[in-house]
Design a protein around this ligand. Structure first.
Ligand code: SF4
Ligand code: SF4
Length: 227
């Protein structure tokens, strides 16, 4: 899932300072699961903003709503009237959701309340970790299912850098060395021979080095479109 984090309150307050009536818009998918931008967080942020503005003597009116997914037209088209009725929308979606709103409602000011951080997963309650960097050419088959792009600080593809200490990464001793993990995993599976294959330098174009990426699935297109 996409993991995001709420921006500092003062930054959000400054963004909405020029407006009298805003829509605080949550997203019911990834950011609900990671507790950054779901219905509950919408209610908390809206209340915080109203209280802060009340104390400043410039009351703020908030409309609160959460759609299933802000990154799909079918979920944001039905809220057109709600969007029309406010000065600005404070989106609590990831950056994709914010951009979908900005694209669908080009005359409306759409503001991001979250910082989109990574693609990851919860490993225990309240702990989210990065697992994929969307490199466009997955190598997990040869790394024991452990990603050296997202989890090795140097994105190494042919083994460790040599700086790890006691299984920890030399760049950040608080994280585990991805290549130590890969080695141990492959060893436990009796697959260490996989590491003898030299991996060629990575083609970073599928990772975004060739510009913004898109995927076309002609079999599900209603009509062929230029994007
Ligand atoms: S190798 Fe690439 S696609 Fe596969 S998990 Fe890592 S970043 Fe994601
Ligand atoms: S110590 Fe391990 S995880 Fe850190 S940069 Fe070196 S190989 Fe990558």
């Amino acid at each position: 899932m996409i993991i995001a984090d709420r921006k500092p309150f003062e930054e959000i307050k400054a963004m909405v300072a020029p407006f009298n009536r805003i829509l605080v818009l949550g997203c019911g998918t990834c950011v609900t699961v990671d507790f950054s931008g779901g219905e509950k967080q919408v209610g908390i942020l809206a209340a915080e903003l109203r209280m802060a503005r009340q104390l400043e003597g410039k009351p703020l009116e908030t409309v609160e709503y959460t759609v299933q997914r802000q990154c799909e037209w079918e979920f944001i088209d039905p809220i057109a009237e709600m969007v029309r009725g406010v000065d600005a929308v404070l989106s609590m979606a990831c950056g994709v959701g914010v951009q979908a709103m900005a694209e669908r409602y080009p005359d409306k000011i759409i503001l991001p309340a979250l910082n989109t951080v990574m693609m990851g997963m919860p490993i225990e309650a309240g702990v989210f970790v990065e697992r994929c960097a969307g490199c466009g050419n997955c190598v997990l088959a040869i790394t024991g299912g452990i990603c050296p792009i997202a989890r090795c600080s140097k994105n190494l593809l042919n083994g460790p850098c040599g700086g790890s200490q006691n299984g920890k990464c030399e760049v950040n001793p608080e994280i585990e060395c991805a290549w130590q993990l890969i080695y141990e995993k492959l060893k436990s599976m009796g697959r260490l021979d996989v590491l003898l294959e030299i991996v060629e330098p990575k083609d970073w174009r599928p990772a975004g080095g060739g510009g913004p990426r898109k995927i076309l699935r002609e079999e599900v297109m209603i009509e062929k479109v230029e994007v």
